[in-house]
Every structure is written in structure tokens, then in C-alpha cells.
Design a protein around this ligand. Structure first.
Ligand code: PLP
Length: 276
């Protein structure tokens, strides 16, 4: 397995991370997960734009993005990944532990890829979700390594026997532990606005685009837990999971407990896009 680390391609065993890496001390870093279909990165431009936006927001200097993109494509080639994902992260670098930012630490970039099939079973059958209060911070729009909130909230849902959490804050449904959430109501899609309380998902955007092509209206607005529980359909979207129906919420069946027609239509449109 070949990794990309500090501008080099090397075996995983040869990656050496310093105990003083700020990613290790503080979760002080950012990342992206990009899907690979047919050996190529899907929606690469959008992922790199989000990476740049997060880097700017957390004040980590950017590497040459053209070089980084070329390196990731080379990593995919060296690992012979046809269907899978690329993970790339950049920490603020190595420095003795102190909260202040030190302008002299060069960022540390690491990337690897994985062979990964599409989660066909979940996409066809759907999953169970549990509602959990969203106790994360106020910068959920930034794709940073600080994921302890997401990790603990997902575990709460798993402890209740569900597959994932649906988060809500001040009465509004935000997103899931590592995906965005949509509901279907009267043939319209509703999803939380892309503000500071959710990650602006690349897949979310693709779905909004596909909905426009299918002439399905999309409302980006706060939606309540009651609306969620009364929805005709509920689904989540993410790079790795694509579009997955949520067929029960807190043990209550949504739309009869099977994936609904609007979700399936979007899944088909998504599949046409990625296989094109
Ligand atoms: N929301 C959160 C919290 C995430 O971690 C992710 C990442 O997968 C998403 C939403 C979905 O974003 P994307 O579609 O870009 O993968």
C-alpha cells in the first residue's frame, strides 16, 4: 500500500509522524475524502475548492493545489484503485505543544487511497437512524480533523441499535454524523441551508443539481424534528455512501419502512452520472 507523505510516495510502514504534530495534539488540521470511480476522482474540483476554503478559514497555508491533485491521481494509479476513495489530510505541522499558531511550521500533507465498492445493500434496503442532540461546535462547515463530536454522537446512535444519528440543534435537523440529510415532503426536497451548522457536502450539491434536472423543487431551510418524523421519505448523502434511504427514525417507519420513489429516482440519476 503506497502512501503520499511530505511530497513522497512511500510504503505505509515508512510513514513517520512526529509526536509533536499539531494534528496529533489538537486535531489541528483539515481533510477531504474524494470518491474514485473508473480510476478517476469524482467532483475533484469541488473537493479541492472546499479544501482551500477550510485551509483559509483555519489559517493553514496551502500547498500547490495543481501539484497536490497530480500527486493524488498518481497515488490512485500506483495503488491500482478503480473504484474506491482517496483520503487527504493536512495538519498545521510539527511544533512543541502550545496553543498559539507558529507561522514557521510547514504543514504536513498525507494521503492514501482505498479500494471500496459502492454500498449497494444499504442503498437498496435503507438504514435505521436515531435522533441525537447536535452538541458540536459552531464551525461544522469546516472539514477539520476535530471529529470527536461526530464520533461520540454516532456512537450514541449505535448504542441505541441504530445505524447512524440524525442531529438536531435548537429544534432544527442539521445533518448526520458523516453525511447530509434530506427529507421528501409533497414531492419536494427539504434540507438544512449550507450555513455554519452543517458541512457543505459535495454529494448534497450533486443531489440538488440532479433534483433541478428532474424538476423536483428543493427547499434549503430549517426543518423540524416533527417534519422529519412525518416525512414521506428521508435519505442521507455523502461521498462514500452516495444516497442512502433512512427507513426508520427512532424506531418509527418512514414511508412504510421501505425506500421511496423520489429517493430511488435520485439514486438512478446519480448512478447514471458516475457511470457516464
Ligand atoms: N456532513 C459531515 C459531517 C461529513 O463528515 C460529511 C462527509 O462525508 C458530509 C456531511 C458529506 O459531505 P460529502 O458529500 O462532501 O462527502
Amino acid at each position: 500500500e503506497v502512501y503520499y507523505f511530505r511530497n513522497e510516495f512511500l510504503p505505509k510502514e515508512d510513514v513517520r509522524i512526529s509526536p509533536e504534530d499539531r494534528g496529533y495534539y489538537f486535531g489541528d488540521g483539515i481533510y477531504e475524502v474524494i470518491r474514485v470511480y473508473k480510476g478517476r476522482m469524482f467532483e475533484a474540483k469541488a473537493h479541492f475548492e472546499r479544501f482551500k476554503r477550510t485551509a483559509l478559514a483555519v489559517r493553514i497555508p496551502l500547498p500547490d493545489m495543481g501539484e497536490l491533485e497530480a500527486a493524488l491521481q498518481e497515488l490512485i494509479r500506483q495503488n491500482a484503485v478503480e473504484e474506491g476513495s482517496v483520503y487527504v489530510q493536512m495538519t498545521r505541522g510539527t511544533a512543541p505543544r502550545a496553543h498559539n499558531l507558529n507561522a514557521d511550521t510547514p504543514p504536513v500533507v498525507m494521503a492514501y487511497c482505498q479500494k471500496l465498492s459502492r454500498p449497494v445493500d444499504k442503498m437498496e434496503k435503507g438504514i435505521a437512524a436515531a435522533t441525537v442532540p447536535d452538541t458540536r461546535w459552531q464551525h461544522c462547515d469546516l472539514k477539520t480533523l476535530n471529529l470527536l463530536g461526530n464520533v461520540l454522537l454516532k456512537q450514541k446512535a449505535l448504542d441505541q441499535g441504530a445505524d447512524d444519528c440524525i442531529l438536531h440543534r435548537d429544534g432544527s435537523v442539521t445533518e448526520c454524523s458523516s453525511s447530509n440529510l434530506f427529507i421528501v415532503r409533497d414531492n419536494r426536497l427539504v434540507t438544512h441551508p449550507a450555513d455554519n451548522l452543517i458541512l457543505p457536502g459535495i454529494t448534497r450539491n450533486v443531489v440538488i443539481r440532479l433534483a433541478a434536472e428532474l424538476e423536483l423543487p428543493v427547499e434549503e431551510r430549517a426543518l423540524t424534528v416533527d417534519e422529519l418524523l412525518g416525512a414521506q421519505e428521508v435519505f442521507l448523502t455523502s461521498t462514500v455512501q452516495e444516497i442512502v434511504p433512512i427507513v426508520t427514525v427512532d424506531g418509527k417507519a418512514i414511508g412504510g419502512g421501505t425506500p421511496g420513489p423520489v429517493t430511488q429516482k435520485l439514486q438512478q440519476a446519480f448512478e447514471r452520472l458516475i457511470l457516464a
